[in-house]
Design a protein around this ligand. Structure first.
Ligand SMILES: CC(C)(COP(=O)(O)OP(=O)(O)OC[C@H]1O[C@@H](n2cnc3c(N)ncnc32)[C@H](O)[C@@H]1OP(=O)(O)O)[C@@H](O)C(=O)NCCC(=O)NCCS
Length: 349
């Protein structure tokens, strides 16, 4: 068995293999083609003779931890061909991945998986990521205090980027995004589709954006995969979320968003099980939670433990963050699992 980094010319073969996972080659291709930080040398493969039988991908990210942009190896697309499972091939690739992460200067690693024991054997440990279920008040939905419109990349990206840096930049584990990452992320985050809404105080298309939200269907459920707002504009953010909840629950047939084609993503579809709730992440932001509950929304929480972290380089992380060497792991886990940390679904990999 040959284990090594892939060559660029092997991308198609890797995608052919990943297509066997759940029959959606394009799902993986969207990351490979659009993620500007995608690196073939961080795609590891196992070959048996000429045949590609297993792969994994290290996605190159920087996440904020204690005010620093820390090189983070996001591990994903771990797959072994059915005929080759249970022979230790994925395990061998993961060991190679760890060596690669160390060599390439990554300091931490994160992944999403329900195989907690499997990754636990290689040193990843569950962290906690709180998902909020936002449910509407029982009374009729109220009129919105903001003007809502779909995001337009040419017109809105720079404003949204500034809001992102300022809002998400306050929270541990948020991804540091440059313009190139943003451009790729707009193509792969929805995977395939997202409904991206911006809110302003006035109707004019040139009115400054005060809040935004990016929404998807996540395992069939309507979900906000990221949002942000200008400091002090919790009311606008809450109004935007309220409008999204109204759309989801079918109460906003005539609302400001209903007329946009992309809004179909969130509208209840005929025959599907009716839901009135919207998934989001709010635990990091008590001020927004207060604004939502003041409008009568109820917030319940689900803690996702299928979210794992690992220290890759204790020495570099300790030096960077000024932590005592023997407290690096403990400190990392308390930061990443704290309520004021946020890893947006939009940055999934
Ligand atoms: C998860 C997956 C990648 C594992 O691939 P694999 O090559 O079979 O992995 P390994 O052989 O290294 O380990 C798998 C299991 O076999 C066991 N194993 C390893 N070597 C073995 C050997 N020589 N003989 C028997 N069993 C062995 C491992 O202990 C492991 O046990 P576990 O299931 O209790 O954790 C594979 O099942 C897969 O592609 N699944 C679908 C995609 C997926 O779920 N990916 C992970 C998402 S994060």
């Amino acid at each position: 068995m040959e284990l090594r980094a892939a060559h660029a010319a092997e991308r198609d073969k890797v995608l052919d293999l990943l297509a066997l996972w759940y029959g959606d080659r394009s799902f993986f291709a969207r990351y490979n083609l659009n993620d500007r930080s995608f690196r073939d040398d961080l795609c590891l493969i196992a070959r048996d003779g000429g045949r590609l039988v297993a792969t994994l991908q290290i996605f190159d990210r920087r996440v904020r931890l204690a005010g620093q942009a820390v090189p983070a190896a996001a591990l994903g697309s771990v797959f072994t061909h059915q005929d080759y499972r249970g022979r230790g091939i994925a395990s061998a690739l993961i060991s190679l991945a760890i060596a690669t992460m160390e060599r390439e200067g990554f300091e931490v690693s994160l992944l999403f998986s329900d195989r907690l024991n499997f990754y636990g054997r290689f040193g990843w440990r569950s962290a906690f990521r709180v998902i909020t279920i936002v449910s509407p008040p029982s009374s009729e939905h109220f009129t919105s205090a903001v003007a809502l419109r779909p995001f337009d990349r040419a017109r809105d990206l720079e404003q949204v980027r500034r809001i992102y840096d300022r809002y998400s930049g306050r929270f541990n584990t948020s991804v540091v995004r440059d313009k190139s990452y943003w451009l790729g992320n707009l193509s792969f985050a929805g995977n395939p589709d997202e409904f991206f809404v911006v809110a302003a105080r006035e109707q004019a298309a040139t009115a400054p954006i005060v809040a935004y939200a990016r929404t998807i269907r996540y395992y069939q459920l309507p979900a906000v995969m990221e949002y942000g707002y200008v400091p002090g504009c919790e009311d606008a953010m809450a109004a935007l979320i309220a409008e999204l909840v109204a759309l989801v629950s079918g109460r906003a047939q005539e609302g400001p968003l209903a007329r946009y084609e992309e809004a179909t993503l969130l509208k209840p579809s005929e025959g599907a099980e009716q839901t009135t709730a919207l998934l989001a992440q709010t635990a990091h932001d008590p001020a927004l939670e207060n604004a939502l509950t003041a409008k009568g929304f109820s917030l319940t929480y689900h803690t996702d433990v299928n979210y794992m972290w690992r220290v890759v380089s204790p020495t570099r992380l300790a030096a960077r963050l000024g932590w005592p060497a023997d407290e690096v792991r403990k400190n990392l886990f308390s930061l990443v699992s704290a309520r004021d940390a946020v890893f947006w679904t939009a940055d999934r990999f």
